[in-house]
Design a protein around this ligand. Structure first.
Ligand SMILES: NC(=O)c1ccc[n+]([C@@H]2O[C@H](COP(=O)([O-])OP(=O)(O)OC[C@H]3O[C@@H](n4cnc5c(N)ncnc54)[C@H](O)[C@@H]3O)[C@@H](O)[C@H]2O)c1
Ligand SMILES: [Zn+2]
Length: 370
């Protein structure tokens, strides 16, 4: 759906699940739309959760979109995965209470996936739940984490082990804020879009296969198309299977070994999307051996992943990766669930991938990642 104004072209993508019904807006310069949306209910307090880096770049512009009498109160979360913790949720809840936030207040999560995940969780539990909107500022957060309602924080025992499903009432994926996103973060997010194409949208895959240069140059039309298609794919999957009891599992393509690589390298060497790219290459290997993809299809997918690289190299042992994959919370005891592409644009979830197959794929990736 397109609305054409003088300078604005905004795509709206509906998300309809068993428990929620909202829209994702994709376009340039969405702050005025966001401000209009959240101050509609007069008298309600609006809060922004962000990180100091993002606020320094975009805070002034965001505030300028709000009427002088309805300026939001700004709360900060320091950047980085170590801050995605319960202790920060408690501190921020205390700040909300001190500033007079009540059940009718609204929170804007303005940042990358960390701000979005923690902000969504804070909104889910503050006074048993308040309304929030997502204003994702990284590509990864726009195409993946801000849509679907998963919120949460990390424990020492593992990532995202505490959380809840709490959907935002709207998502504003603004292409303008991506201008300041570091190149490596952009590439990392694009791997999740390549994933979206491989598992469910052959046209998106072909578009990304042919237009890597334009997309990486942040051409607004090309990047906007990739973002909208990725969100549409996720919205559709989440609409069918909100709680990940079936179809939603396909979104984990590349994530079994990807998570293992992140864990084995201490979450420092690789960005999430980069680890997932290596994980997709490993999964392609298993798919090729099982015959769910052909040589030619596998080669095209490998080349397209490579086009959004370079992928940082790393070292680990097969044992360490298998060990880390075994602890992946997505596995049921004794069964290794795995997502395999079926050609390009479709995927299957299998329950019987053996340690041998996984070791072979892990070894193949480790050889290339050295
Ligand atoms: N809820 C979900 O469904 C879901 C899905 C995927 C990932 N996640 C979570 O998302 C998190 C990762 O998110 P991320 O990749 O966005 O990382 P992030 O939030 O750490 O952001 C990456 C970096 O980019 C900076 N940044 C953000 N926007 C910027 C901008 N516009 N200009 C300049 N710098 C900017 C941030 O300050 C940060 O340093 C992880 O915690 C992961 O678990 C959640
Ligand atoms: Zn991911």
């Amino acid at each position: 759906m397109f609305y054409s104004g003088l300078t604005l072209k905004i795509t709206q993508i509906p998300v309809k699940t068993a428990s929620a019904d909202y829209r994702v807006y994709v376009g340039r310069e969405l702050f005025p739309l966001l401000a209009r949306r959240v101050v509609m209910k007069s008298g309600r307090r609006v809060f922004v959760l962000t990180s100091p880096e993002i606020w320094a770049l975009w805070g002034r512009r965001l505030l300028a979109s709000f009427p002088r009498k309805a300026q939001p109160t700004v709360l900060f979360l320091a950047a980085g995965e170590p801050h995605k913790r319960m202790a920060e949720v408690e501190r921020l809840a205390g700040e909300l209470a001190a500033a007079g936030a009540d059940r009718s207040s609204l929170l804007i999560a303005f940042g990358g996936g960390i701000v979005g995940d923690l902000g969504g969780f804070l909104a889910a539990i503050y006074m048993r739940g308040i309304e929030y909107v997502q204003a994702p500022t990284t590509l990864l957060a726009q195409v993946d984490s801000s849509v679907g309602g998963k919120t949460g924080v990390n424990l020492v025992a593992g990532k995202n082990l505490i959380g809840s499903f709490h959907h935002p009432s709207a998502v504003f994926a603004d292409l303008a804020v991506l201008q300041t996103l570091p190149e490596r973060e952009l590439r990392a997010g694009l791997f999740e879009s390549v994933k979206a194409g491989i598992i469910r949208d052959a046209a998106l895959f072909r578009f990304m296969e042919k237009n890597a240069a334009k997309i990486l140059a942040r051409d607004a039309d090309a990047l906007g198309r990739v973002i909208a298609a990725s969100i549409r794919m996720k919205a559709e999957v989440v609409g069918i299977d909100e709680r990940e009891s079936g179809l939603r599992m396909i979104l984990n393509f590349g994530h079994t070994l990807g998570h293992a690589i992140e864990a084995a390298t201490g979450y420092r060497r690789l960005l999430h999307g980069e680890a997932i790219a290596w994980g997709m290459l490993a999964a392609l290997r298993i798919a090729l051996q099982r015959g769910t993809v052909t040589e030619a299809q596998s080669a095209r997918m490998e080349q397209t992943i490579a086009a959004y690289g370079p992928l940082p190299h790393f070292r680990a042992s097969v044992e360490k990766l298998l060990d880390a994959a075994g602890r992946d919370k997505k596995n049921r005891a004794g069964m290794r669930r795995f997502v395999l592409p079926k050609g390009i644009g479709d995927a299957v979830v299998v329950e019987d991938v053996t340690d041998g197959e996984l070791a072979d794929a892990a070894g193949w990736v480790l050889e290339r990642a050295r």
